[in-house]
Write a protein that binds this ligand. Structure first.
Ligand code: Q9C
Ligand code: ZN
Length: 342
């Protein structure tokens, strides 16, 4: 399987995140992608190629123009005041507060265009997120050539990012951008299967009213897990999209026996939908030793996960999302890809 990868992700390296009431080094760190790349090389998964530049048009098919302009200018506006630490949001327009007047000040805009504080913006963030989207789009291009599979080794991840807000370490929704590009290049139906430990709230919200992109997500139950405010079982889609959104909230402690039941159900729904292609939001934070998650999947379970997805027999684009057990992230992610090919 071909991997698309760029070193540009190193340009995005947040310093700290607020967790358990204290500032800790960001779990979403450059070494994550380095470890996945190292494993791709070690097992000889296939060639590794650099992304091509697609410009902002395919990004703007998914994301709001004001949001994209905000991301492009956020660091220069933040640092214009002489600030050198990461830009972080601190205030949000919840119930009853007004969003009909957009703040003019960067501190206000950071809250307007986010839903949590897990999104540091640094001097290199814009280039890194553009590159991450280009990685997904290049991998998609190569998938259309090979008609079987490709791996977008994206970083930063994307599935928490909606059309006009960032959050959960995510800025551009790489999987959604690729799915939309598939539609724009002739695919009639696309299924997005999100196996990251966290609900893919951004991807769900982007396609919630659409029947041409089915979204299925297996994740920690939002009653007890981030992102808390989306991802319940009773979110079936709306309007034309009614019946094309499927959430599988699972309890803390979920192991492979429980997980694979949900995954089989999701795969059956995908088979019934008969998509032209599948985009997999590939997070491996379901791992038993993930430092911020509560599922119990083991290294070899990821081989089985890949096998089940492979049995669908569809052209499949894998897009890297989360996974924070850095020593094992490469083993687990590449096990899915190897299982798919087996
Ligand atoms: N108690 C992705 O996996 N903080 N994002 C969770 C844990 C945010 C995860 C706090 C987690 C975001 C792409
Ligand atoms: Zn995650």
């Amino acid at each position: 399987m071909l991997t698309i990868y760029s070193d540009d992700h190193h340009l995005h390296h947040g310093t700290a995140e607020l967790i358990d009431g204290t500032l800790k080094p960001c779990f979403e760190m450059p070494r994550r992608a380095d470890m996945v790349l190292e494993r791709v090389r070690k097992v000889g998964l296939g060639d590794i190629a650099a992304p091509r530049e697609f410009g902002l048009d395919p990004v703007l098919r998914v994301h709001d123009a004001g949001y994209v302009a905000f991301l492009e200018t956020a660091w220069s506006r933040w640092s214009a005041d002489g600030r050198s630490h990461d830009a972080l949001p601190l205030v949000w327009p919840v119930r009853g507060l007004r969003t009909d007047r957009k703040p003019q000040d960067i501190d206000g805009l950071l809250g307007y265009y986010s839903f949590d504080a897990g999104v540091p913006i640094t001097a290199g963030t814009w280039q890194a997120i553009r590159s991450s989207a280009n990685v997904a789009l290049t991998a998609l291009d190569e998938l259309l050539r090979s008609q079987r599979s490709s791996f977008a080794l994206c970083r930063p991840p994307g599935h928490h990012a909606a059309a006009d807000y960032m959050g959960g370490y995510c800025y551009f929704n790489n999987a959604a951008i690729a799915a939309q590009a598939l539609r724009d290049q002739g695919a009639a139906r696309v299924a997005i299967l999100d196996v990251d430990y966290h609900h893919g709230n951004g991807t769900q919200s982007i396609f919630y009213q659409r029947a041409d992109v089915m979204f299925l997500s297996l994740h920690g139950d939002p009653l007890v897990e981030y992102p808390y405010f989306l991802g319940h079982a009773d979110e079936p889609g709306a309007g034309e999209g009614l019946g094309y959104n499927h959430n599988y909230p699972l309890p803390h402690g979920t192991d492979w026996a429980r997980y694979q039941q949900a995954l089989q159900d999701a795969c059956q729904r995908i088979a019934d939908y008969a998509p032209d292609a599948i985009v997999v939001s590939l997070g491996v934070d379901t791992f038993e030793h993930d430092p911020i998650s509560r599922f119990k999947l083991k290294n070899d379970d990821y081989l089985r996960m890949g096998e089940l997805i492979g049995r669908l027999g569809k052209p499949t684009l894998f897009v890297m999302e989360g996974g924070y057990a850095v020593e094992d992230i490469g083993i687990n992610a590449v096990n899915v890809l190897s299982g798919f090919e087996s």
